[in-house]
Design a protein around this ligand. Sequence first.
Ligand SMILES: [Zn+2]
Length: 113
Amino acid sequence: MRCLCKQKETKELKVEGDVGADPIWCNRCNCNLDIEEVPISLDLKSELMKWIGKYGDWIDWDIDEIVPNGIKLEDEHNKQGLNLTKQVQQELEGQYMVSFSPSTFARRYTNEK
Ligand SMILES: [Zn+2]
């Protein structure tokens, strides 16, 4: 995969949810990679896009607060993300290292209260 790393090639990827981003990132420089360039199956790509489309369902953007049950929603989303990451790992086995970076937004927010 091409990215902005010094070596311009990355073998270390991570799956992470964020608003308006693609679900695969370089784990070295944290740049967001174009999902179209990731050599995984179309099915898995669309699952990942569906998954990231739900990112932040636990946040009420109008008032910038966690919705009731927000932590549960985030946990559920993280569980799905981990599951998808395992599939990505399988498809890219021997080519890329893939890790999962769970969302901690709701938890952090609640702890700050
Ligand atoms: Zn990079």
